[in-house]
Design a protein around this ligand. Structure first.
Ligand code: ADP
Ligand code: MG
Length: 172
């Protein structure tokens, strides 16, 4: 058995890791693990697209990530503000929720391009609403309901995303 044994290929033959998340804490933990890998192994920013129905756990996962990156306060959903910035000592994390985005032009007005650079981690809920204006994803995360819990599919969309996937798989 190799270290990569849990990594499969999705329908577009991209590297893919599927993980059951039994409860809210498991979702938070996954976000925490992602932060740990970014901080201690990859040492560079990342763009993550989050897909899943309302209530699937996109914000919960992001909360785990933001807190894992060193933020100690609350993480609230930026449903009305579109973006919530967390300017931490070594990292800038931007949490987007584009659910209420009426016109993609709003993203131009808010200077969306400024948010995507090497030292920033961007987690984006409802990325399809900003199609064409967002940086491409390193990782796409699909969260679905499964019984009382959730099942999450992590899809690597870049070399960096693949490194993150492999590191998460190793951590188990
Ligand atoms: N793995 C899980 N199993 C069961 N419930 C979960 C899990 N992860 C998160 N939840 C719960 O589901 C809800 C997710 O809400 P939220 O993260 O705001 O969803 P979204 O941002 O996708 O709309 C929260 O009530 C949270 O406690
Ligand atoms: Mg949300």
């Amino acid at each position: 058995m190799t270290m990569e044994s849990n990594i499969t290929r999705d329908e577009n033959s991209l590297p893919c890791l599927t993980i059951p998340l039994a409860d809210e804490q498991a979702t938070v933990d996954l976000g925490n693990q992602m932060a740990a890998v970014i901080k201690t192994e990859l040492n560079q920013g990342i763009v993550v697209y989050l897909n899943g129905d309302l209530g699937a756990g996109k914000t919960t996962l992001t909360r785990g990530f933001v807190q894992g990156m060193g933020h100690s306060g609350n993480v609230k959903s930026p449903t009305y503000t579109l973006v919530e910035p967390y300017e931490l000592a070594d990292w800038h994390v931007y949490h987007f929720d584009l659910y209420r985005l009426a016109d993609p032009e709003e993203l131009e007005f808010m200077g969306i391009r400024e948010y995507f650079n090497e030292h920033c981690c961007c987690f984006i809920e409802w990325p399809e609403k900003g199609e064409g204006l967002l940086a491409s994803a390193d990782m796409m995360i699909n969260i679905a309901y499964q019984g009382d819990g959730r099942i999450v599919e992590l899809v690597a969309k870049s070399e960096l995303g693949k490194q993150l996937l492999i590191a998460l798989n190793k951590r188990g």
